[in-house]
Write a protein that binds this ligand. Structure first.
Ligand code: ADP
Length: 464
């Protein structure tokens, strides 16, 4: 039993599906057939019995109504009696000594009478076998004129039996046909439904063995549960592939960008080792530059960690914009005392759907760039407009501006326009990538306009 179970479990899904559907259909069909067959059988056999009894009753009433006609007269003319009984029924009338005195039809042989007088007094009907054929045999005491005897009616069941046989054969043929049809339909369906699963398995194997080399495409396009599954898998794989590529790019960019300041520190340390010990100016310069590079590395590592940390979006986040801006202004006053930051709020204040931390970081990166990439006294103008469906915040600086050729790339990781590379205390090229990552997370749209004369304006559209 266990072996059979293991054997069934280990079959392909297609075989299990086809087999189980065929078995279920077969069992249901067999049950319905059996029920129908037995119901039909008992109804028809009852009908046959009723026919036999009816013929007996008709004959009895006929003999009673013709009580003045003697048995001898009936013997001479049985034509009328034949009209009362069915063609295939045979009626015999015996006297008490067992001699046959009258016969209507002669289809079946006579049956022995083995009944007691009490049983004969009432009409008795029995199912029996005569010459290998099933029959109903009915007996009754009968009075014809002055004669009293026993009437025997034999009702053959051959018509009934051949009819039942016909029904059984028809059921069997229909059953085998239905099973074959059900088997082929379920095989076709199993094929249709399992094919996409096989494709899915093949695609998984290909991803496991060759990575994301092959494009994932499925021929199954139906809009059902399996179609959904394939769609989810494809989207998931595309996301995985893109994050895998991003990660690869990130690792190579990060190691490249970290190598530059480390090489600079290495250079300065060898300079100190060779001449710096005796030359206080070289020593001072090299230590200062090395310290700057170290703080750049530190900043880069912090920003890299910020980017790598992919916290989940807080759907119910709410940020008080004025509060965030005021605390940022306090922060900037200490670091960039020369810069001036003006804030203008228009409309009824309402909170934005973003965490205060994320908003602060987005604005901090933009404002800091405006101050750093600036040859004049930095002036930052922040304008916040509270609209009914969103909040629009513009951050404008009077800085050096961004060249048209750089504008499409400023949100890329490690991207720095040439002009800013020469800037003292230059950045890491990660600030705006972090801004973009946070903005995407909280559905904040960002637009940038820049002119190398008037400076740069960032426009943020914040959801409510
Ligand atoms: P960084 O750490 O170098 O500032 P960001 O990602 O913040 O990195 O900015 C990318 C580049 O975009 C900067 O290096 C700079 O060239 C340019 N940039 C960004 N904001 C401004 C701005 N307000 N004015 C001029 N250039 C800017």
């Amino acid at each position: 039993m266990n072996k059979l179970k293991v054997l069934i479990v280990n079959q392909s899904l297609k075989k299990k599906w086809t087999l189980s559907t065929a078995i279920v259909i077969f069992i249901s069909y067999a049950a319905i057939c059996m029920l129908t067959y037995f119901a039909l059988y008992s109804w028809l056999i009852q009908n046959e019995e009723n026919n036999a009894i009816r013929s007996m009753d008709d004959l009895t009433s006929f003999f009673h109504s013709k009580y003045f006609i003697s048995i001898e007269e009936f013997q001479g003319n049985t034509g009328l009696l034949k009209a009362i009984v069915n063609q295939d029924q045979t009626v015999r009338i015996f006297n008490y000594d067992g001699y046959e005195v009258l016969r209507i039809n002669d289809v079946s042989p006579a049956a022995p009478i083995e009944l007691s007088p009490e049983q004969l007094a009432n009409a008795v009907i029995l199912k029996d076998e005569l010459d290998g054929e099933d029959v109903f045999i009915a007996h009754r005491i009968i009075q014809i004129g002055g004669f009293t005897g026993v009437m025997q009616l034999i009702h053959p069941l051959s018509t009934f039996q051949s009819m039942m046989q016909y029904v059984l054969t028809a059921m069997l043929i229909a059953g085998v046909g239905a099973m074959l049809l059900a088997g082929s339909i379920s095989y076709y369906l199993a094929n249709l439904l399992i094919k996409p699963l096989q494709d899915l398995r093949d695609s998984m194997i290909s991803v496991r063995d060759k990575g994301f080399e092959e494009k994932i495409n499925f021929s199954y396009q139906a809009d059902d549960e399996i179609g959904d599954l394939l769609k989810i898998y494809r989207v998931m794989m595309e996301e995985l592939q893109s994050s895998f590529l991003k990660q690869q790019q990130f690792v190579s960019d990060a190691s490249h960008e970290l190598r530059t300041p480390i090489q600079a520190i290495e250079g300065h340390l060898s300079l100190i080792k060779r001449w710096g010990k005796n030359d206080p100016q070289v020593l001072e310069e090299s230590i200062n530059t090395s310290l700057e590079e170290v703080s750049r590395i530190k900043k880069m590592i912090e920003e890299l960690l910020d980017l790598a940390r992919s916290e989940k979006r807080d759907e119910y986040a709410s940020a008080n914009i004025d509060k965030v801006l005021q605390s940022l202004i306090e922060e900037f006053k200490i670091i960039y005392s020369e810069a001036s930051i003006d804030v203008d709020l228009v409309g009824n204040p309402i909170n934005a759907n973003i965490t205060e931390n994320a908003l602060a970081q987005i604005v901090r990166n933009i404002v800091e760039n405006g101050i750093r990439y600036n040859h004049k006294t930095p002036k930052i103008k922040i304008n916040v407009q509270y609209l009914s469906e969103k909040i629009i915040m513009t951050i404008a600086d009077n800085g050096i501006g961004i060249g048209k050729e750089h504008l499409p790339h400023i949100f890329d990781r490690f991207y720095r326009a040439d002009a800013s590379r020469e800037h003292k205390g230059g950045g890491t090229g990660l600030g705006l990538s972090i801004t973009k990552m946070l903005a995407e997370k909280y559905n904040v749209e960002i637009e940038v306009k820049s002119s190398e004369v008037d400076g740069t304006t960032f426009t943020l559209m914040l959801p409510l």
